[in-house]
Write a protein that binds this ligand. Structure first.
Ligand SMILES: [Zn+2]
Length: 252
């Protein structure tokens, strides 16, 4: 991936009406981690997009689908792990949307964490309503991960930072009331970007990777720095995160 590109660490490319047009529009200055929700979606999207310098398809098992995954889906996931760089979307969701399938989610997330070799695959993680649990599982597993669209309380953020985790901001987050609170709790050097498009929406409708500079502009405003300073800070965080994620496993 181009080190001068901003990195959209979480985009549901398959969910746009025209996925190829969306990624092409971003080609000049944004790289994309195209998350998937199942091994089947991963396989289909890789075939559909073909190899592209600025897009990496991530292998996922979405927590809200955990109850539908069969042992053969899990086996397929494990078979595909060695060929993917990023893993996502994975995680836990104990909000009202996922409370009923908590047991299934824990079983799947546990299996994912056991299979994802430390130092091999960065993860983009969903943690709605399950922030403290997600963070403590990731800390125990010593895996390099980004908490995507963090909406939880600020209390668990310190343990996330201790565990070396990063946070990715999208356009909906920077437009929300919680933005200022998050800015205070999350240090600048743990900040990454995402769209969570097309699900997150900005003033122009569903978020797109080629609009990601809007998130940078909002962060610059929040940090009280220029856009070019904010861009440089984020590029450096991306480099650090990727370098860390590909380092050999920590043994402590
Ligand atoms: Zn997502």
């Amino acid at each position: 991936m181009n080190p001068t590109h901003l990195l959209d660490t979480h985009c549901h490319v398959s969910a746009y009406t025209n996925p190829v047009a969306v990624i092409r529009a971003a080609e000049a200055n944004t790289s994309i981690i195209a998350v998937t929700e199942s091994p089947e979606e991963y396989r289909r999207l890789r075939t559909r997009l073909g190899p592209r310098d600025h897009v990496q398809v991530a292998l996922g098992l979405h927590p809200l689908k955990a109850h539908t995954f069969t042992p053969s889906d899990l086996a397929r996931f494990f078979r595909l792990v060695p060929e993917t760089t990023w893993i996502g979307e994975v995680g836990l969701d104990f909000s009202r949307h996922g409370a009923a399938t908590k047991k299934h989610q824990l079983r799947v997330f546990d299996a994912v964490l056991a299979e994802a070799q430390p130092g091999q695959h960065p993860l983009t993680v969903h943690s709605r309503g399950a922030e403290a649990d997600s963070i403590s599982f990731l800390a125990q597993a010593k895996l390099p991960a980004v908490l995507h669209w963090y909406t939880g309380p600020t209390a668990p953020i310190d343990s996330a930072l201790d565990a070396g985790l990063y946070f990715s901001y999208n356009i909906a987050m920077v437009r929300s009331k919680k933005f200022t609170t998050l800015l205070r709790a999350i240090p600048r050097d743990r900040t990454l970007l995402e769209t969570d498009g097309p699900y997150a929406r900005g003033a122009r409708g569903p978020a797109q990777p080629n609009h990601i500079a809007e998130v940078v502009a909002a962060l610059a405003g929040g940090w009280g720095v220029s856009v070019s300073e904010a861009t440089a800070a984020i590029l450096e965080n991306q480099r650090n995160f990727i370098a860390n994620a590909s380092r050999s496993p920590r043994r402590d």
